[in-house]
Design a protein around this ligand. Structure first.
Ligand SMILES: [Zn+2]
Length: 414
């Protein structure tokens, strides 16, 4: 029994990729014979799939995949804003659909190879229990950092300072935590704990394009790279000997990763691709800086769709992107925050509404008597300060009318 367990642990580490731009340990981790055999089987299946889809190599319809982002933080800088999370989702939706403006920088020799995966992402609107959600969870932890590359699985479990996954068959789980890089799990490899450890791990310094995102990883391209791995893309280079390719026909063979940011339209050759157009350093699956990556190839898009339609097909029928009843009210409630709460009687109502609405705030006491009311006119963003210091300590309720919606917040005066 013990040896089986060790075997499984070894298997996990085989399935895990870590890329700490410029480090990614997929090649050195996948040396087990068992894993090689499994991979060979998968590659045969991929080759067959490509053969069978030759007449329609482009995916016809767009698939929208639900994502949940678990923000797990110890220091305030790790507690990234919802806006930063949304910035990353927007980048994924541009880059996976070839809508990113910087394809203008794709070297001439590769422009015709840029692919549109027809894969889009939504922040989940419905949680695993059918309740409305922002698609973002927020967990404060006592763990200063996580080391998933070294086999540390704490991030995957609430009980060990991380955050339990949402059903990994229904959502892409992305954990954002202090870990120094990015990491993803390959599909199709049996894992223990009913898949609780399936998804992507990202460092807050390399996520989205604002807030804690730091150059040269501040354009969200490492997350493109890791989601690429999640959909079974390999690196376009070979970090061990030889020119082993990534099984995708239209990415040129490449010996080693390209680091930094080559000059515009540079042709970089190596012993694996000795003549122009050289190696595809502008590919998200290389190690170039965010600013110099701008494409998946058409062949990579085919491979991601093979993965989505086989190993990860349960995502295609997930209800996670469908807003359940009460979703609009839920979102409105999340777009209005009150601080400090508890307070000595001075409350700031911070608004971040989707559109301008007339705002009326009533304050009620615990037996429902209205003791304050004010019409603040039409507002979308900004802060409203309400002074209730004359009231005695206790619990009150703020009824915030935003147009036709009503949001209620509990206030505590100490
Ligand atoms: Zn990688």
């Amino acid at each position: 029994m013990k040896s089986n367990y060790l075997f499984l642990i070894f298997f996990i580490s085989s399935a895990v990729l870590f890329s700490q731009t410029p480090k990614c340990h997929v090649q050195q981790n996948n040396k087990s014979q068992v894993y090689d055999k499994l991979r060979n089987e998968h590659e045969k299946q991929f080759a067959e799939w490509v053969q069978n889809h030759k007449t329609s190599t482009t995916q016809a319809s767009v698939n929208i995949i639900p994502v949940v982002v678990h923000v797990v933080w110890n220091t305030p800088v790790q507690n990234i804003s919802n806006a930063q999370v949304i910035s990353q989702i927007n980048i994924l939706n541009e880059d996976f659909r070839k809508l990113n403006a910087d394809t203008i920088n794709t070297p001439v020799g590769f422009k015709s190879l840029i692919g549109d995966s027809k894969i889009e992402f939504c922040l989940a609107k419905r949680d695993p229990f059918g309740n409305p959600t922002t698609g973002i969870t927020n967990t404060q932890t006592t763990e200063f950092s996580f080391a998933p590359l070294l086999g540390d699985t704490n991030i995957y479990y609430t009980a060990s300072g991380g955050r339990d996954a949402w059903d990994t068959a229904q959502y892409i789980n992305i954990w954002v935590c202090n870990n120094g890089g990015g990491m993803a799990t390959f599909p199709g490899v049996p894992r223990p704990f009913t898949g609780m450890q399936d998804g992507v791990i990202m460092d807050p310094a390399m996520f989205g394009n604002m807030g804690s995102a730091t150059p040269p990883n501040d354009l969200g391209r490492l997350c493109d790279h890791e989601i690429g791995h999640y959909f079974y893309l390999l690196h376009i280079f070979n970090s061990s000997a030889g020119c082993m390719n990534d099984t995708v026909a239209d990415t040129p063979p490449q010996g080693v990763p390209i680091l930094g940011c080559p000059v515009l339209n540079a042709v970089i050759t190596d012993s694996c691709s000795p003549s122009a157009p050289g190696v595809m350093y502008c590919n998200y699956m290389d190690y170039t800086d965010d600013a110099c990556k701008n494409m998946f190839s058409k062949g990579q898009c085919t491979r991601m769709n093979w993965c989505l339609n086989t190993f990860r097909s349960s995502l295609l029928t997930s209800q996670g992107c469908l807003a359940p009843l009460g979703y609009d009210e839920f979102i409105e409630k999340n777009n209005i925050t009150v601080s400090p709460n508890p307070s000595n009687g001075v409350f700031n109502f911070s608004l971040n509404l989707k559109e301008e609405k007339n705002i009326v705030i009533d304050i009620l006491n615990v037996i429902g008597e209205r003791i304050y009311s004010e019409d603040f006119g039409s507002k979308k963003n900004g802060s409203i300060r309400i002074e209730l210091s004359s009231l005695k300590s206790g619990i009150y309720f703020a009824n915030i009318k935003t147009g036709n919606n009503l949001v209620t917040k509990k206030l505590l005066i100490q």
